[in-house]
Design a protein around this ligand. Structure first.
Ligand code: MN
Length: 457
């Protein structure tokens, strides 16, 4: 089946250019002016931007956290992703402590296979360390899972700094790379105990027990270990200006540091926790927490300058009923925000339409950089001959409002309720299949596991 997307403007990280795009089967056959539509179904894309399918390098579908499970599984979460223009997600496969990495991978493949509507891959969480796991890192990389995750907070996930250092060395040797959740666990625990002793158990205590300096300290700490290991690392969900300063210091030393941030850190500010209504504040509980306005400004500036490489969602949805578990104790509120469906619209509205970044920057942080960093370039992340036919036909003039009532992500609220948005994914193609048409998701289990290779960023 050949499809000619005619008369649009193709977006790449290098710029925006008037071009037709010819899809043949699953791949892009040609990109250029005045392509012949002979034998093809022709789609008029006049006035539209054509982005490569967005890649979300940070989702948590079907994840058990503290006795509950994220509200989206691979079926619902992937459909929400597609609806917003995201054609590939990279989720996190996590073994339990004491298990082989293989056990975690098998479990996550079982959750996704035959159920995921968009293409997918996994980062492998390293939450334990021994000879076997060290050996498995090479096996995982060979099987298309070259990216890993480590935690400096959450006792169930932490491996401690000696083993984290060993893991960085081993990853470098195997051609892998790790994203790290950076927060200082010990001081967070102390602040939490103090809040509890004061009886300050409302959601307003959440951001006060995880202040920005504790993120920056962990970033600095990690980056010194990475310096010693001479290994590149990724700081995931960086939220604070102080953390950027630590990244800059490491780069001045010659280190390679990749940075991811998320829409909620770019767009929300910490007054969200001030509401006297439990649920109004609990909705925004995530780690790191929502920061100050000055942090937002610093993140936008770093996004524009290229100091931040990717914008991912950290989609980790819990319904208001699930959030209610922390009614009398903020530490029991499951942490995380929904967002996989709205990332493109939010970034277009508050980035491109607002004049903070260009469409090519949006393409860089949603498409090209994640594809390169996570080793699926140029199959993904670019509209070029031979690439997968993952295309977002973006209507830059569409106007709408984000509401929970409209969304298909499986959660009863959105942090962006009532927000006006400009721009929308009018059609989304996944490997040449029309997967979304004007808000209707047309596919169910069309996703494939994407084998990835080395970082090319
Ligand atoms: Mn996460």
């Amino acid at each position: 089946m050949r499809i000619l997307l005619r008369g649009g403007r193709v977006v790449s990280a290098g710029g925006v250019r008037a071009s037709d795009v010819l899809l043949d089967g699953e791949i892009v056959a040609a990109v250029g002016e005045n392509l012949s539509g002979e034998g093809a179904r022709v789609v008029d894309c006049a006035g539209k931007l054509l982005f490569p399918g967005f890649i979300d390098g940070h989702t948590h579908f079907d994840l058990e956290v503290g006795g509950t499970i994220t509200a989206d599984d691979f079926a619902t979460g992937s459909r929400a992703a597609l609806r917003g223009g995201t054609t590939t997600v990279i989720d996190f496969a996590a073994p339990d402590k004491g298990e082989a990495l293989r056990a975690g991978l098998d479990r996550w493949r079982g959750k996704a296979e035959g159920r995921c509507a968009c293409d997918y891959g996994f980062h492998m969480t390293i939450d334990d360390w021994d000879e076997g796991i060290s050996r498995e890192i090479g096996e995982m990389a060979a099987e298309g899972i070259p990216s890993f995750k480590m935690y400096m907070t959450y006792p169930a996930m932490m491996i401690g700094e000696g083993d984290m250092y060993r893991a960085l060395l081993r990853l470098k040797e195997a051609g892998g790379i790790a994203g790290v959740h950076c927060e200082n666990d010990g001081v967070i625990r102390a602040l939490t105990e103090d809040a509890r002793a004061r009886g300050a158990l409302g959601p307003g205590s959440h951001p006060r027990t995880r202040p920005a300096p504790l993120e920056a300290e962990a970033v600095a700490h990690l980056l010194r270990l990475a310096q010693l290991a001479d290994a590149p690392v990724i700081i995931v969900h960086l939220s604070a200006r102080e953390s950027l300063e630590e990244v800059r210091a490491a780069r001045r030393r010659g280190q390679t540091v990749y940075v991811e941030t998320c829409p909620h850190y770019l767009l929300l500010e910490d007054s969200v926790y001030d509401s006297p209504d439990f649920m109004e504040a609990a909705k925004y509980v995530c780690a790191p927490p929502i920061r100050r306005r000055e942090d937002q400004e610093a993140l936008w500036e770093a996004l524009r300058s290229g100091e931040i490489h990717t914008v991912a969602t950290d989609h980790c949805p819990f319904t208001t009923a699930q959030k209610r578990a922390g009614r009398y104790d903020f530490t029991k509120i499951p942490g995380g925000l929904p967002g996989v469906e709205h990332r493109g619209q939010l970034l277009y509205t508050h980035g491109v339409a607002a004049g903070r970044i260009g469409a090519e920057d949006m393409c860089r942080v949603l498409c090209e950089n994640p594809a390169r960093l996570y080793g699926c370039w140029p199959r993904k992340g670019v509209i070029a001959p031979g690439s997968d036919g993952d295309i977002v036909v973006w209507d830059p003039e569409a106007r709408g409002t984000i509401t929970a009532a409209d969304q298909v992500q499986n959660v009863d609220y959105t942090p962006y309720e009532g927000w006006a948005v400009q721009g929308a994914a009018e059609q989304v193609y996944l490997r040449g299949i029309l997967a979304v048409d004007r808000g209707a998701v047309l596919v169910e289990n069309s996703g494939q596991f994407i084998k990835r290779g080395r970082n090319q960023l």
